[in-house]
Ligand binder design. Sequence first.
Ligand SMILES: [Ca+2]
Ligand SMILES: [Ca+2]
Length: 206
Amino acid sequence: MDLRQKLFALFFVNILFNLTSCAADTKGSIAKASLFTQVISKYYYVSTIAKMNWFQAVHFCRKLDSNLINIASKAEMDAITNFLIANGLVNKRFWTSANDLEEEGVYKSISNGQPIAYTKWGDNEPNNVNNEDCIEITAKNNIFYMNDNDCKPLLANMPYTICERENPEDFIPIKAEAREVVPPNCSVKKLLELCQSMGNIMNCRD
Ligand SMILES: [Ca+2]
Ligand SMILES: [Ca+2]
């Protein structure tokens, strides 16, 4: 096999690798995207598969290219409340991204690092009983309120998880206008550019 044949073989393997990666990335993105439902301006995945402690919930959402829900306004609180009630989930509790792990009484969102912009505390909450630092939402009379909970509670007191995405473009790679979000290493254009850059050796344009 001469140099030209070796380079061509290398190039062909590269194409196969990239196309395989592309297919896997796209399939994975679509699978993740299918979990999320648009609720007003955001996209939520309400997971009631398993109860988790707060740290597990943070990582669970990150694995889905999302974050724990950050309830940033009354409109968002009302929207997620209506969504949970409509889906028969009013008797469950859910972690949010809010916490005061860094400084007691100063609540920030692990999702964006900012002080939380909205609160709707339940009666006598937050009460920081036994150093409760992670915020959940839990309902009373069909209205969800915020409560500080132990970040690693016993299973009986462990909430479920709501993951949030803000930008639908992050997970719709098959739409024409979203092609730029496809990883560069699976772009056909990139492959053609690579081919053309090697044109003197391989005469790709032929
Ligand atoms: Ca606290
Ligand atoms: Ca509490």
